[in-house]
Design a binder for this molecule. Structure first.
Ligand code: NAD
Length: 478
C-alpha cells in the first residue's frame, strides 16, 4: 500500500502568508532566470517520477482509477509537457523579432516582442484529473517565469494532500505553493490580485472566477466544459467509430471534459450504429466478468452519491419513456455505474430534458438521429459552443465542412479526446466552453505578457527632424 498523507485544509492566515511570500519572490526577479525555470521544471519531472506509484494510488483512492488510466491520463501527459518545456524553453524565451513586415520608419527601431512573466499566478484545478489539470498549467507558469499557487479541488482530497506534500519538497517553496480547501479557500484566493488566473472546472464557477478577476482586471484562462458532440456521417465506418468512441467514453466513466456527450447519427445509420455500440460495449466490458464496470481494477466510480443519484434518476426517467437501449450494470453502494446508451427522438431539442440540455459528465451516451450532415451542423450551432467536436466519416471533406460551419475549442476527424494530450496544439474552449488556452508553447504564452519593445538610440536623431517644428509636416509620413 502506498503511503498517502491525510487531507487538511489550508488556513486563511497561511493563504495570506503564502501570497506575500510568493509576491516577494517574484519581486526578487529570480523566477525569470532561465536556470531557475529549468531547475523547477526538472524538479517537477523528478516529483512525478519518484512518486508515480503514490500519484496512481491517490487517483485510485479518490476516483477508483485503474493504474493504466492514471498513468495514461495523469502521469504521461504531464511528463510530456515538462519534456517539451525543458527542450524548447531557451527558444521560447528568445525575443520575437518583428522587423520583417514593419513599415520603413520602424525598421531601424528593431521592433521585437519580449515574453515576460505576468506575475504570481493562481491555478485552480478540478477533481476529475487532479494532477494533470493542475500540474500541466503549472508547467506553463514555471516556463513563463511566474511563481504560482495551486488550489487543488476538494473533491479529490487524497490527490490534493499528496500534491501539497510534494510541491514544497521538490520545487522552490518560495516560488510555488499549494492551497487546499473548498469554496472559502477559493474565495479568499480570488480576492487577491494575481498576474494570471487559470481555472479549470464547470461554467457556473467559471463565471464567479471571471467576475472576481474582473474586479482587478486580472487576465484569466477559463478551461470549462459542456456537451461535446459527435457527428456520425452516412459514410462512417461504424465499427471503428464505436470502438474509438467507447474506448474514450469509458475512461473515468465519462467524467472527462472532452468525453463524447451525444452522437448525432444520420438516419440511415441509427439502428446499425446503436447495435455496433452495444456489441462493442459488451465486448470491452462484459457484464459479470473481470472487465465489468463493477470490477474495481477495470473502471472508475462516479465521483459521489449525489452525482450517482442524479445519473440514476435520469436513466430511470429515460427508461420509463422507453429511451434506454442499453442499461449498464450498477452498484449503488459503491457508486459504480457502467455505460448506458439512451436513444432520443430525431432532432431532440427538448429544453426540459436534462440529457439534452446539460453536460452529462458520466457514463451515459446519448444517440440522436438527424436527417443529414446539414441537420447535424444546425443542431450543434443552436446550442452552446462545445469544448470538442468529433466527426466520423470516410471523407476528410465532410470533416472540413463541419469544421468550417461550426465552432468549438477543438475538433477531431475520426477520433476522440486526443487534443489535450497532443502537446503541440493549444487546448481550450470558446464561448461557453471557456476562453484562452494552454499546453506546450501556448501554456508558456498564457502566463507571459507579450511586451512590445522599440529602440530609438540618440544617433537616430538625423531621422527625426520632420517631427520637430518648424519642419513638422503631418502629410510627410514616410
Ligand atoms: P470542481 O467542483 O472540482 O470545481 C473546480 C474548482 O472550483 C475547485 O477547485 C473548487 O474548489 C472551485 N470552486 C468551487 N466552487 C467555487 C466557488 N463558489 N468559488 C470559487 N471556486 C470554487 O469541478 P467541477 O466544476 O465539478 O468540474 C467539472 C466541470 O469541469 C465539468 O463541466 C468539466 O467539463 C469541466 N472540466 C473542464 C476541463 C477543461 O480542461 N476544459 C477539465 C476538467 C473538467
Amino acid at each position: 500500500m502506498a503511503d498517502l498523507p491525510p487531507y487538511t485544509e489550508t488556513s486563511l492566515d497561511v493563504i495570506d502568508e503564502t501570497y506575500d511570500r510568493l509576491q516577494a519572490t517574484f519581486a526578487s526577479h529570480r523566477t525569470q532566470e532561465a536556470a531557475y525555470r529549468l531547475y523547477n521544471l526538472k524538479q517537477l519531472a523528478f516529483l512525478i517520477n519518484d512518486n508515480e506509484e503514490r500519484i496512481i494510488a491517490a487517483a485510485q483512492a479518490d476516483l477508483g482509477k485503474s493504474s493504466f488510466e492514471a498513468r495514461l491520463a495523469e502521469v504521461i501527459p504531464t511528463l510530456n509537457e515538462i519534456d517539451l518545456a525543458v527542450k524548447r524553453l531557451p527558444e521560447w524565451m528568445k525575443d520575437d523579432k518583428r522587423t520583417r513586415d514593419s513599415t520603413y520608419a520602424f525598421k531601424l527601431a528593431r521592433p521585437r516582442v519580449k515574453k515576460q512573466p505576468k506575475g504570481v499566478a493562481l491555478i485552480i484545478g478540478a477533481w476529475n484529473y487532479p494532477f494533470q489539470l493542475t500540474l500541466s498549467p503549472l508547467v506553463g507558469a514555471i516556463a513563463a517565469g511566474c511563481p504560482a499557487v495551486i488550489k487543488m479541488s476538494e473533491h479529490a482530497p487524497v490527490s490534493a494532500a499528496l500534491i501539497a506534500e510534494l510541491i514544497p519538497r521538490y520545487l522552490d517553496p518560495e516560488g510555488y505553493a499549494v492551497v487546499n480547501g473548498a469554496v472559502a479557500a477559493s474565495t479568499a484566493l480570488l480576492e487577491k490580485r494575481w498576474g494570471h488566473i487559470c481555472y479549470t472546472g464547470g461554467g457556473p464557477v467559471g463565471k464567479i472566477v471571471a467576475g472576481a478577476a474582473a474586479k482587478t482586471l486580472t487576465p484569466t484562462t477559463l478551461e470549462l466544459g459542456g456537451k461535446s458532440p459527435t457527428i456520425v456521417a452516412p459514410d462512417a465506418d461504424l465499427k471503428i467509430t464505436a470502438r474509438r468512441m467507447l474506448s474514450i467514453k469509458q475512461m473515468n466513466v465519462g467524467q472527462m471534459c472532452v468525453s463524447p456527450d451525444y452522437v448525432l447519427v444520420t438516419k440511415e445509420n441509427v439502428d446499425a450504429f446503436t447495435e455496433e455500440l452495444i456489441k462493442t460495449l459488451e465486448h470491452f466490458h462484459p457484464p459479470n466478468s473481470e472487465r465489468s464496470f463493477l470490477n474495481e481494477s477495470a473502471s472508475t466510480f462516479v465521483r459521489n452519491t449525489n452525482d450517482y443519484q442524479r445519473l440514476e434518476n435520469v436513466l430511470d426517467d429515460a427508461e420509463k419513456g422507453g429511451k434506454v437501449v442499453y442499461r449498464g450494470e450498477a452498484d449503488k453502494d459503491r457508486n459504480r455505474m457502467g455505460l448506458s446508451l439512451v436513444r432520443l427522438p430525431r432532432d431532440a431539442k427538448d429544453e426540459e430534458s436534462w440529457l439534452v440540455r446539460d453536460e452529462i459528465f458520466g457514463p451515459i451516451l446519448v444517440i440522436i438521429p438527424v436527417e443529414d450532415i446539414d441537420a447535424a451542423i444546425k443542431y450543434i450551432n443552436a446550442g452552446p459552443t462545445p469544448l470538442a467536436l468529433y466527426v466520423s466519416s470516410a471523407s476528410r471533406a465532410t470533416f472540413e465542412k463541419v469544421v468550417s460551419q461550426t465552432l468549438s475549442g477543438s475538433a477531431i476527424w475520426n477520433d476522440f479526446a486526443m487534443t489535450p494530450i497532443c502537446r503541440t496544439v493549444p487546448f481550450g474552449g470558446v464561448g461557453e466552453s471557456g476562453w484562452g488556452n494552454y499546453h506546450g508553447y501556448d501554456g508558456f504564452l498564457a502566463f507571459s505578457h507579450q511586451r512590445s519593445l522599440l529602440e530609438v538610440p540618440y544617433w537616430m536623431e538625423f531621422a527625426q527632424k520632420n517631427r520637430y517644428a518648424p519642419n513638422m509636416n503631418p502629410r510627410n509620413e514616410r
